[in-house]
Design a protein around this ligand. Structure first.
Ligand code: ATP
Ligand code: MG
Length: 184
């Protein structure tokens, strides 16, 4: 699964609809301090289902919604859509294997109402998590290497390091399904 496009609206500093196209294999996002570079990474993480406000550098989840400026009123909701190229359909749950693109949307209203969508159809958070299991992307996977992550991997307990290797090998999803089946 390759990220093709990120669309933000009302998310943190991105009050107006902003589209970032990931057209090249390697891309850099540059700009002065405070211009929103890290907010882009937060948006990707949030859209993939991140539940911890702290991991998104906020106090509460509402902090992801544009909170106004001198010239603009606060936004009512934040919305992020992350579009993936479905380059290896064996990676994804069977119901999505025929789609060329998979678009994941997360929306949060100031009222607290929240929605997740896959290809514009409402889904549960669990469907989003399942979509990414075993692909190496996802909020807990290794696709986002933030400050201190390498040190964490190097000094992790062998059992914890094993989890990363299992995710890279694509077997986490089978372990998760086995656990679910055993619970039934
Ligand atoms: P640096 O180079 O220092 O790492 P950066 O480009 O990564 O900077 P970010 O951390 O992405 O910058 O952006 C910080 C900016 O986002 C701040 O100006 C902050 O006010 C703004 N911001 C964060 N949350 C919101 C919000 N809810 N509403 C409006 N602006 C926000
Ligand atoms: Mg930053």
């Amino acid at each position: 699964m390759k990220i093709k496009r990120l669309e933000l609206s009302g998310f943190k500093s991105f009050v107006d609809r902003t589209v970032v196209n990931f057209d090249h294999a390697i891309m850099g996002i540059v700009g002065p301090n405070g211009c929103g570079k890290s907010n882009i990474v937060d948006a990707i993480r949030w859209c993939m289902g991140e539940q911890s406000a702290k991991h998104l550098r906020g106090k509460s989840m509402e902090d992801v919604i544009f909170n106004g400026s001198e010239s603009r009123t606060p936004a009512d909701f934040a919305e992020v859509t992350l579009t993936f190229e479905n380059d290896d359909p064996t990676d994804v749950p069977i119901e999505y294997k025929d789609y060329a693109e998979i678009a994941v949307t997360r929306r949060l209203h100031r009222t607290g109402d929240s929605e997740y969508l896959i290809n514009k159809t409402p889904v549960r958070l669990k469907d989003i998590t399942d979509l990414f299991l075993g692909t190496g992307v996802g909020t807990k996977a290794y696709s986002i290497v933030e400050q201190g992550k390498i040190g964490l991997i190097v000094s992790a307990k062998p059992e914890d390091r094993r989890l990363l290797i299992e995710e890279a090998a694509g077997i986490t999803k089978f372990k998760s399904r086995k656990k679910q089946a055993e619970r039934k």
